[in-house]
Design a binder for this molecule. Sequence first.
Ligand SMILES: [Zn+2]
Length: 269
Amino acid sequence: MARVHISPLNLANYNDLQELLHNYGNILDFTLKEHSAYVLFERESDAIKAIEDSQNGHPSLGSSTCTLIRNDEKALPSRSPLGLDLNKKNKMIEAARTLLEGLGEDVRREGLLKTPERMVEALLYFTRGYTQTPSDVVNGAMFHEEHEDMIIVKDIDLYSMCEHHVVPFFGKAHVAYVPDKKVLGLSKVARIVEIYSRRLQIQERLTKNIAAAVMDTIEPRGVAVVVESRHLCMVMRGVQKTQSVTTTSAMLGIFQDGKLRTEFFSLIK
Ligand SMILES: [Zn+2]
C-alpha cells in the first residue's frame, strides 16, 4: 500500500483526476479535503507511476504536486513490546561475550563479568522504537482546531544509531506542519521522533520516517522536518572534522512550495 497526497487540488478537474488515478491501479481509499486529496493505492508501484507522470506535468493534475507517503508502520521491522523470550536474550548475551573476547578482552575479569548482559540491555533500550508505532504514542492526543498557521516544534533532542556501524548519532530534529483541522499534542511530536530514532537508522530515512508519520497521523496540509546530527562513526574514526554536523530535510505537501519552505528554514535558524 502507498498513500499519495495531492495538493493543491484543482476542484474543476476533480472528476478527471479521479478517473485518471483509477487508471493506474486499484485504489483502496480516496479522501477529499478542502485543498487536497489523499489517495491510497493498493500497490506502491502504481502510486510511484502516478507521481512520476504528475511530475512530467499531466494536464489533469494542473499545478498540483503529488507526494508519496509510504506507510512505514506496516513495512518497518518491529519487536514485541512484551520483551524478548529468554532463549533469544541468552543467545544475544552469548554473542556479546564473543564480541568482547574477539576484542582481546578477558571476559572473566571482575569489571566485565556483567558487561555482556548490560550490553544487551543497553542495545535493547537504544532500539526500543522497534516496539512502538505512532498510533501507540499518539493515543488519542489529537485535537480538532481551526488553526491554519504553521505549527513548529524546534530543538527536539534525538539519539539514534547508524545502521552501518551500530554507533550513535545524535542531534536535534525540527518539525513543522500546517494543520488541516487536526493538531497533535506538542509532546507527541517528540514521541514520534523518538519512535523512529530509537532504531538502527540512516539519517535520511529517519527524516523521511518522521515526516511520513506526522502526515499519516493527522493528515495536515504539509509537513517539514529537518534533522541535524553528529555521527560518532565519522567523528571517532576521524573521517570528518569533529564538529561537523549533517543536515537532512523532508518536505511534504504544501512545504514543497518555496515560500513556506523558506519561512520554515528561517524559523529554525
Ligand atoms: Zn555509521
